[in-house]
Design a protein around this ligand. Sequence first.
Ligand code: ADP
Ligand code: TYD
Length: 199
Amino acid sequence: MGRFISFEGIDGSGKSTQARALAEALRARGEDVVLTREPGGSAGAEEIRALVLQGDPDRWSPETEILLFTAARRDHLEKTIRPALARGATVITDRFADSTRIYQGVTRGDLAATVDQLHALMIGVEPDLTFLIDLPAKEGLARAQTRAGVEMRFEDMGLDMQTRMRAGFLDLAARHARFRVIDGRGSSAEVAARVAQAL
Ligand code: ADP
Ligand code: TYD
């Protein structure tokens, strides 16, 4: 079985950049690496991604949204993650279940137990290692807002929400040994060096 690694953090924290950098560094050492992302990472899950991140943000109820993120994750797990781990590849995913715990759990605190129950029922696995790229909410927003696109992102909810998300991630990291909290400030090369050191 290969290693299963996730990157988590608020929008604009630099997760995607760091996931890519780690994948390249491990490939340069000859490792078989599958770099993937959520929501998405398989053909079916990418279709669900478009459903959940495009169009009217009020299209889905919070409950339906949790089901869609979980359905996408289930397909990603079946079609991409499990086969790659089974052949011994290292899987690096840009977001996994912690994102649902934080984004859906923080925006709708009363649904946190539902998120956990659905995870236990339908997903049931955690990464071996999770890098939390930690950045002050203000810096994350500034980085994220330089991007343009058709997708709704939770960054649109503003600074206060991003601050709560960051605190949620740090709290989760403090409670699970699989987390490594990485200081996301500085250049991407500096952050990548911290990730490599922690690995
Ligand atoms: P995330 O996946 O967490 O939303 P990205 O890796 O997409 O973050 O980065 C968000 C934006 O910030 C991108 O435009 C990216 O090029 C830029 N960026 C990433 N890392 C850094 C860094 N260490 N310093 C400055 N800008 C960065
Ligand atoms: P992503 O493409 O990683 O955005 P970013 O690069 O801005 O971090 O994720 C898209 C959005 O989906 C992001 O705002 C976080 C949100 N999301 C959830 O709300 N729940 C989830 O379970 C996942 C995986 C993502």
